[in-house]
Design a protein around this ligand. Sequence first.
Ligand SMILES: Nc1ncnc2c1ncn2[C@@H]1O[C@H](COP(=O)(O)OP(=O)(O)OP(=O)(O)O)[C@@H](O)[C@H]1O
Ligand SMILES: [Mg+2]
Length: 337
Amino acid sequence: MADSPISHHSGGGDKQSQDDAASSEERAQMEQAYQQMQRKLRITKLDEEIKHKIMVLSGKGGVGKSTVATGLALSLARRGMKVGLMDIDITGPNVPKMLGLDDAELNVEDGQIFPAIGPHGVRVISMAFLIEDPDKPVIWRGPIKLGAIQQFIGDVAWGELDALIVDFPPGTSDEPLTVSQNLPGIDGVVIVTTPQEVALLDSRKSINFAKTLSVPVLGVVENMSGYTIRGTAEPNSQVSVMGPNGTPIEANTGEDGNWSLTLDIFKSGGGALAAAELQVPFLGALPFDPGIVRGGDDGVHRIVAEPDGDTAVAFDAIVDNVLSTLEDSTGPPVRIT
Ligand SMILES: Nc1ncnc2c1ncn2[C@@H]1O[C@H](COP(=O)(O)OP(=O)(O)OP(=O)(O)O)[C@@H](O)[C@H]1O
Ligand SMILES: [Mg+2]
């Protein structure tokens, strides 16, 4: 059995008579076998109890996996769904910070771990809750990581959920493999990418990775897409703004004099292009939004801070696409095996 970073204290039995019957080593082994069996049972039940299980992956780091994972969770939850969020990133577990949960502590009762409750009731479990000093780098040996992931899956009292979102560290590490081997009935992978041309390469890597995991690809999300600027000028006039590539871009004002322009800071369309070339659905684009960075720092997620803002609306559109893919009776359009 893999090492366990969270120890269980199960009650039980007449200790004295157990001492008589078995040595402490035998008792430890029995306890371990019992825990293992309980976990197996719970994992088997997870498939029924959690309707949809979605992994969020990207080819490289820093493209916004955690932003997308938390956004998907909140957007699903604010439409009344019961949602869980599992943050498996040991090196940089920033999901709790993004949801204002960095002071949360895990409750362990009867061998079950109770998730922290975030905005809109999202149930959150994160490697961050296990780390004592957030300033110290965490180096866990493979078996410890494996044990932690198995506990996150099998020992957490998730309860009935409509959806469980899983956030991962960057790249093609062994965490997604462990999750795909331990979590039954994964619906698929959402791949996060940025608009640059290299995104195609990264997305292809992620799609091939999903293939090696035998998990379907639900689609691609383009993050840090255009940045929208707005202003007011003379009604029914034209406004000219210098675009990021040095050429002017024009906008027309309406009757009210308002204008808006979306600047493609990092180019645009990389996500849609990648999705088309790789023949997977394009789920939508998220705007470049400095408020996302602020939200990550002050712990108030963009969807919570501005429920009708551009980012929240973009997440809703992405979630609509994810849900229609999931609820399509023929199953996800791309099942790679
Ligand atoms: N659409 C966006 N607009 C502006 N900033 C963003 C956007 N998406 C993410 N960011 C910022 O980019 C940084 C990286 O985002 P995030 O942590 O979500 O990426 P990640 O892929 O999870 O990173 P890692 O690979 O390290 O886990 C964060 O500071 C976040 O606030
Ligand atoms: Mg992350």
